[in-house]
Design a protein around this ligand. Structure first.
Ligand code: PDD
Length: 283
């Protein structure tokens, strides 16, 4: 496997990162995950804009001369994934320096990226998935795509152990988003999803899905569903780079409707797939 590290493409086993790297010591960095559909980087500009936003928020200077689209495309090529389903992971940390909390002077950011093959979750897309609700134990800057992901990791692990696909995180009584996806529920025929605030990651898939809702005439309310109202939801879904539009058919012990993906979710899921295919065709 060929990875990218600080301006070089090299075999993964030759990649060396300092134990003083602040991503290792403090989780002091940001990241992006981009879907590559047969070489097409899905909504790359939005991902790089969000990367820029995260780095600015963390006060990490954007790495000089790192062209993320070029790095991602080269990684796909070098790993024979240019014509395959894949994801590209990119991470920038503040860099390496002896451990102290405040930013050390004259840091050079560490830039690391890799591409990995991806298998579309076609069976789960067809059947829908179970989610569980858990308290949102993250900080108040969930809008930053920081590598500091322990609450997400713990929540996701708890979901896996409960036989669920995702954990939906509840803050102050409201379902905000998943551990690695955005969440929406349908109440009275309206798609409800948490608004863009500091309490959710502004997902690119969420953005695309809401655009499709508007094109399809599906009503949307950007307001989170109270946990207590989840029992009234007729449908629910997750949005994300690795989920696209994933139907949710069970929340905790309660099946939604007849336990099958709902009609509105299906419509949106198909529209998302069509959009992906159109993007691929356009190149
Ligand atoms: N996660 N919310 C959270 C907390 C996320 O980590 C993600 C993405 C999303 C969906 O965002 P997008 O549609 O831009 O992928 C929402 C990535 C895939 C990850 O951490 O692996």
């Amino acid at each position: 496997m060929t990875v990218y590290l600080n301006g070089q493409f090299l075999p993964k086993q030759e990649a060396r990162i300092s134990p003083d790297d602040r991503a290792f010591l403090f989780a002091d960095g940001a990241y992006e995950v981009v879907r590559a559909y047969r070489g097409h980087l899905f909504r790359a500009k939005e991902h790089w804009d969000r990367f820029d936003y995260s780095l600015k928020a963390l006060r990490i200077p954007p790495p000089a001369s790192a062209d993320f689209s070029a790095i991602a495309s080269e990684l796909l090529k070098r790993n024979t994934l240019a014509d395959a389903e894949a994801t590209v992971y990119l991470q920038v940390s503040r860099g390496a320096a002896p451990r102290k909390h405040a930013f050390p002077a004259d840091m050079t950011p560490t830039v690391y990226a890799f591409a990995a093959p991806f298998t579309n979750p076609v069976e789960k897309w067809a059947s829908g998935v179970k989610v569980i609700t858990l308290p949102d134990q993250r900080w108040a800057r969930c809008d930053i795509k920081s590598v500091s992901l322990l609450p997400n990791v713990l929540a996701n692990q708890q979901a896996q152990e409960a036989g669920a696909h995702e954990a939906v995180l509840v803050r102050d009584g409201y379902a905000m988003e998943g551990s690695l996806s955005n969440f929406a529920a349908v109440l009275d025929g309206v798609v409800h999803t948490a608004p863009r605030t500091n309490y959710i990651l502004p997902g690119i898939s969420r953005l695309v899905a809401l655009g499709l809702c508007s094109a399809l005439g599906i009503p949307v309310k950007e307001f989170p569903v109270a946990e207590a109202d989840l029992k009234c939801a007729t449908e629910a879904m997750l949005f994300g780079t690795t989920n696209e539009v994933m139907p949710v058919v069970q929340i905790n012990d309660r099946k939604l409707g007849d336990g099958q993906p709902g009609p509105l979710t299906r419509k949106l899921q198909q529209a998302f797939r069509n959009y992906v295919e159109e993007c691929q065709r356009r190149g």
